[in-house]
Design a protein around this ligand. Structure first.
Ligand code: DGT
Ligand code: CA
Ligand code: ZN
Length: 583
């Protein structure tokens, strides 16, 4: 645990004590200690390991020293856990909003039973906050805008959004002649669905000019901190970016370290120690433990990542796997999965056209699929229940089939599957007549309404739909929208079990707003033996490129091409999904 994290916990304790209305001296003691720890030059974890007397540090008394030792050894503080039994930890976010503070947070909690930002936002939107003594309309408005800003800054950013800010910044930095390589590390490189911040790594022998160029990037809102080899800025988008400059000799070691995850790093470092080695962001070393010089000892490797892993008797591990979910053991046994890549995708099985809410015509979508080298694709416009999307009834669907027949006659270079994304109605019935369902080449089903049904009812509803004999794929199974809408409450395991039994595949919706199923859910799907497809849900031709986000999540779930149906040639896909092979 780093000093900054220790400081954060002490700050949390102070905040909880303040909301509780504890003795002001005690509160101040924690605040002072937090500040001293945050600014302390050497890592306290090191001091603790060396058995140093922490009370020699100003503002650190006996109690505080014990807290720090506990944090460094256990990674958590029992005092904080105790306090949070009395006062919800999430009240801290509220009291830290500009203009609120402990007293007001306490009042919101006691009078309106508000414990977190979501509840506060809802109450403010409903106008309930203005009525509290000492609040008023102005404060209520201010609270809403503060929450908005807080979310932008503190909330995790969707990977697709982050990409939009990161790519131009990377290009800008690469233009600097002092930059030999530029890498994006952290959760971004591991392709997590959201990232808290961006960790950039510049490989250079000359850090100063690189730092200056970074700080003068036009999109920088604020330079949070700047040092010789590390700076942090806040972009205008609210995204925080860290840049570290490292020399070429440490390229691989630094990339591995800052790619993380932290849990993967910890396991790697333990492995190094077992081999009498020392692994750090500078390299792999033999000897030099306990020295203040990070380069102490014999340098074993670190120029590239393969060297780092090789020094620990391991093959290189793809970043998407580095979550300490068994990847190191698998690597040791030579059993790392041969992960799926975008190149292995042979077709896209969910997309919309101007027949419902898509922006491009059928033929334009077809041409875009051909351009991506696909062998097949499915057109899956919405059914009538989604009226706002121009969802189709049987008559309109028949008209679409006429157009499809014409297009098929003109284009033999790709197979067009006549599909539909059929709504699952509230009781589990499908939003299209059986006679029409039977004539579709491929039937996708999905929930777009009543996402709030009680769990058991939702489960029953989806299972009933899956059991319909015409169904092939359950699309965006949990209905979540990242940072916007939680997954539906239902028994996903039971649903996937039922899907497996009925030869219905589950979709990984590749849209970066959804990524539904998630990596963890996909692992479960594979365990259960459920077939998986990755589809973009494209609403315009450019959306077809979102396939990479789906593939990246699939990689995080350890999926190989053979785990994903739309990597198969059409004849095999047809066999596995029960489609008509003569389409
Ligand atoms: P995020 O930013 O929450 O989306 O996730 P990460 O993984 O990007 O985390 P971040 O930005 O805090 O740190 C980047 C990487 O640096 C992290 O994955 C591993 C490494 N790292 C940072 N702090 C520590 C630490 O205290 N111990 C270890 N072992 N590694 C760390
Ligand atoms: Ca990060
Ligand atoms: Zn949809």
């Amino acid at each position: 645990m780093e000093n900054i994290e220790i400081a954060r916990v002490l700050q949390d304790v102070a905040d909880l004590l303040e909301i509780k209305g504890s003795n002001p001296f005690r509160i101040r003691a924690y605040r002072n200690a937090a500040q001293v720890v945050a600014e302390h030059g050497t890592p306290l974890r090191k001091s603790v390991a060396e058995g140093a007397d922490l009370t020699a540090i100003p503002s650190i008394g006996k109690d505080m020293a014990r807290h720090i030792e506990e944090l460094v050894t256990d990674g958590e503080l029992s005092l904080l856990a105790e306090l949070s039994q009395d006062v919800p930890l999430s009240l801290i976010e509220i009291m830290r909003l500009p203009g609120l503070g402990a007293k007001r947070a306490k009042k919101l909690w006691e009078e309106l039973e508000i414990t977190n930002l979501d509840e506060l936002e809802a109450a403010a939107e409903a106008g309930d906050v203005a009525g509290l003594a000492g609040f008023g309309r102005k404060t209520q408005e201010k609270i809403l805008s503060s929450i908005g800003r807080y979310r932008k800054r503190e909330g995790r950013v969707k990977l697709g959004d982050a990409d939009q800010y990161v790519m131009p910044l990377v290009e800008y930095l690469k233009e600097d002649e002092h930059v030999q390589h530029l890498e994006v590390a952290g959760s971004y490189r591991r392709r997590r669905e959201t990232v808290r911040d961006i960790d950039l790594l510049a490989i250079s022998d000359d850090a100063d000019p690189v730092m200056r160029r970074f700080a003068s990037y036009p999109d920088v809102q604020k330079v949070e901190s700047s040092g010789g080899t590390r700076s942090t800025v806040l972009l205008k988008s609210g995204l925080q970016v860290d840049l570290r400059v490292v020399p070429p000799a440490s390229h691989g070691a630094a990339l591995a370290y800052f790619t993380g995850s932290k849990e993967h790093n910890v396991a790697m470092r333990k492995r190094a120690i077992k081999r009498g080695l020392r692994l750090s962001e500078y390299g792999v070393f033999r000897g030099g433990e306990g020295s203040d010089d990070p380069w102490a000892g014999e340098f074993v490797g670190g120029g590239d990542e393969t060297e780092v892993y090789a020094a620990l008797d391991l093959p290189w591990i793809p970043p998407e796997l580095r979550e300490n979910r068994g990847e190191i053991d698998a690597a040791e046994r030579g059993e790392l999965p041969k992960l799926i890549s975008v190149e292995s995708i042979r077709g896209d099985l969910q997309m919309h056209s101007t027949w419902s809410d898509g922006k491009d015509s059928l033929e334009t979508m077809l041409e875009a699929c051909v351009a991506r080298g696909y062998e097949y694709f499915a057109i899956t416009d919405h059914s009538k229940a989604l009226a706002m999307t121009g969802g189709m009834d049987a008559a309109k669907l028949s008209e679409q089939w006429v157009e499809i027949n014409g297009i098929r006659a003109r284009h033999s270079e790709i197979r067009l599957l006549r599909g539909m994304e059929v709504d699952i109605l509230a009781g589990g019935e499908l939003d299209l007549e059986d006679e029409m369902l039977e004539q579709l080449d491929m039937v996708l089903i999905s929930v777009h309404s009543r996402l709030d049904l009680p769990g058991p009812q939702q489960t029953e509803r989806i299972i009933k739909a899956i059991q319909h004999p015409s169904v092939h794929i359950l699309a965006h199974p949990t209905g979540r929208q990242i940072n916007r809408r939680d997954p539906m409450q239902f028994d996903l395991d039971a649903v996937m079990q039922c899907a497996a039994e009925n030869d219905v595949a589950v979709e990984l919706n590749a849209h970066p707003d959804r990524l539904d199923l998630s990596d963890v859910h996909l692992m479960r799907a594979r365990e259960i033996g459920c077939e998986i497809v990755i589809s973009t849900d494209a609403h315009k031709t450019s959306d077809l490129d979102l396939m990479r986000y789906g593939v990246e999540q699939a990689r995080r779930a350890w999926l190989q091409p053979s785990d994903v149906l739309n990597t198969l040639p059409f004849e095999e896909l047809a066999k596995r999904l029960g489609l008509d092979p003569s389409i």
